[in-house]
Write a protein that binds this ligand. Structure first.
Ligand code: CP
Ligand code: NVA
Length: 319
């Protein structure tokens, strides 16, 4: 495997199963170091610029604290307060920031804007969520599933709800690593056909599979992992009432849990709307791993940043 130093992280599709596994392995090792309070300053003296066009709790804090734990520094940059908010071109912002920082994390509406940032930045650009993808979330999801189940290959993951950015990245990540993923979503809200085709192509290679159905019971049948996300994503607030009606049969609740496998775990990227896409008892119940999942954002992103922005991480092991 070639090193990952200097590369952008815009979608999991750009990375091989071997590379994704290497990120997860380093994440596990760094998590252990942090738990044992063993310093691991892999990014000493480095700075991450974090541009946000949309709100965030987990992404902002996990990147900032993670960067600090790696011996580096992170800068929060609201797009409203940057000149980009007054029309300075993305390309100029990318070029200028590259003269100051060692990596750029960006959360944006349009995925094309993040691609443009990556085209002109001379430092790694990390996608912190766009309308199309949320690859850092999928990394943390895979890390969490692997921790809880001990393996990934051959597992069955069921995603219920909107075929959105989180669903897209989960589909790509799962199928890269040989997981069978079924998506239960109302017609008209299915994942994009182009992304489904990429996931099918991955699955042919990895031994996983992809199913998309409008039957929520069929989607969750026998699943090892049940996953959901909000029905109205950031920027879709005006559709919230209409979506609540359309998505009602897809709520992740006790009935769905009963139809899944006996050891099924419950995942949600958060923030959650209790009583909408997930019932409060299931979100807070004993099968829920949502807090471990949120914590793993930080461990997974630390590994990612060390591999993209660091000089040497090869000495880090879980021993
Ligand atoms: N899951 C996630 O990305 O959360 P935030 O929007 O709080 O960053
Ligand atoms: N699909 C959600 C994810 C939030 C982390 C959104 O884009 O708002």
């Amino acid at each position: 495997m070639k090193g990952m130093r200097g590369r952008h992280f815009l979608t999991l599709q750009d990375f091989t199963a071997e590379e994704i596994t290497a990120i997860l392995d380093l994440a596990g090792a760094l998590k252990l170091k942090q738990q044992q309070k063993i310093p691991h300053p892999l990014l000493a003296g480095k700075t991450l610029g974090m541009i946000f066009e949309k709100p965030s709790t987990r992404t902002r804090v996990s990147f900032e604290v993670g960067m600090w734990q790696l011996g580096g520094h992170a800068l929060f940059l609201s797009s409203q307060e940057l000149q980009i908010g007054r029309g300075e071109p993305i390309r100029d912002t990318a070029s200028v920031l590259s003269r100051y920082v060692d990596g750029i994390m960006i959360r944006a509406f349009a995925h094309s804007g993040v691609e443009e940032m990556a085209r002109y930045a001379t430092v790694p650009v990390i996608n912190g969520l766009t309308d199309l993808y949320h690859p850092c979330q999928a990394l943390a999801d895979l890390l969490t599933i692997r921790e809880k189940k001990g393996l990934l290959q051959g597992l069955r993951v069921a995603y219920l709800g909107d075929g959105n950015n989180v669903a897209h990245s989960l589909m790509l990540g799962c199928t890269k690593l040989g997981i069978h993923i079924s998506v239960g979503a109302p017609r008209g809200y299915w994942p994009q056909a182009e992304i489904r085709a990429k996931a099918e192509q991955n699955a042919r290679f990895s031994g996983g599979s992809v199913t998309v159905t409008s039957d929520p019971a069929a989607a969750v049948e026998g699943a090892d992992v049940l996953y959901t996300d909000v029905w109205a994503s950031m920027g879709q607030e005006q559709e919230k009432i209409e979506r609540k009606k359309i998505f009602a049969p897809y709520q992740l609740n006790g009935d769905k849990l009963a139809q899944a496998g006996p050891e099924a775990i419950v995942m949600h990227c958060l923030p959650a709307c209790r009583g909408e896409e997930i019932s409060a008892d299931v979100l807070e119940g004993e099968r829920s791993v949502v807090l471990d999942q949120a914590e793993n954002r930080m461990h997974a992103q630390k590994a990612l940043m060390a591999m993209l922005m660091g000089n040497n991480y090869s000495g880090v092991s879980s021993q």
